[in-house]
Design a protein around this ligand. Structure first.
Ligand code: ZN
Length: 189
């Protein structure tokens, strides 16, 4: 398995629509394994294919005990109840913002071998799945912020964007143990 470079804000690939996956090849299995590896190394809880520069409509999710992949995912039911919560993104390091989303969703997707499944998700898992599905349609959590908050976030980003030449974040070179002194980390998706 290899750790892939993560594309950061500014790379046009993050704004592109992905392509429906129709073939479940060995190459696709390798991509999925590499994405899991990259997400774990970057200490994320979700990672979508455009974030590693790919156009396949798939994402990996792992809140800690139940990693899974969603291929060609669709939200088929959303709760009327909505909640605000802080989000970050592996492609926009160190920038956070509150986003309001449905509290629970039901997602229909294909497994890594093409079997259809449905899955109910609520709270953080629902938030994560919705954030990843947005990525598959070129949408970022910044798009939900008010103009004022988005402007502030982009100004902060501008100061650190130079740390990522070519819009590439080399996760493999980052220290794997960057927990703070309380063993806490921010969650990025
Ligand atoms: Zn993200």
């Amino acid at each position: 398995m290899s750790i892939l470079d993560i594309r950061v804000l500014g790379d046009p690939v993050l704004r592109q629509e992905t392509k429906v996956v129709t073939e479940f090849t060995d190459e696709l299995q390798r991509l999925i394994d590499d994405m899991f590896e990259t997400m774990r190394h970057a200490r994320g809880i979700g990672l979508a294919a455009p974030q590693v520069g790919r156009a396949e409509r798939l994402a990996v999710v792992d809140l800690g005990d139940d990693p899974f992949v969603i291929i060609n995912p669709e939200v088929i039911v959303s709760s009327a109840a909505r909640v605000r919560g802080e989000e970050g993104c592996l492609s926009i390091p160190d920038i956070y913002g509150d986003v309001e989303r449905p509290k629970s969703v039901t997602v229909r997707a294909l497994s890594r071998h093409g079997e259809p499944f449905e899955r109910d998700a609520s709270d953080l898992l629902a938030r994560c799945v919705q954030h990843e599905i947005d990525h598959l349609h070129g949408k970022l959590f910044l798009d939900y912020l008010s103009v004022l908050k988005r402007t502030a976030a982009l100004a902060k980003w501008k100061l650190q964007a130079a740390d990522y030449p070519g819009y590439v974040r080399r996760v493999a070179l980052e220290t794997p143990d960057d927990l703070d002194e309380h063993g806490h980390r921010e969650e990025e998706l």
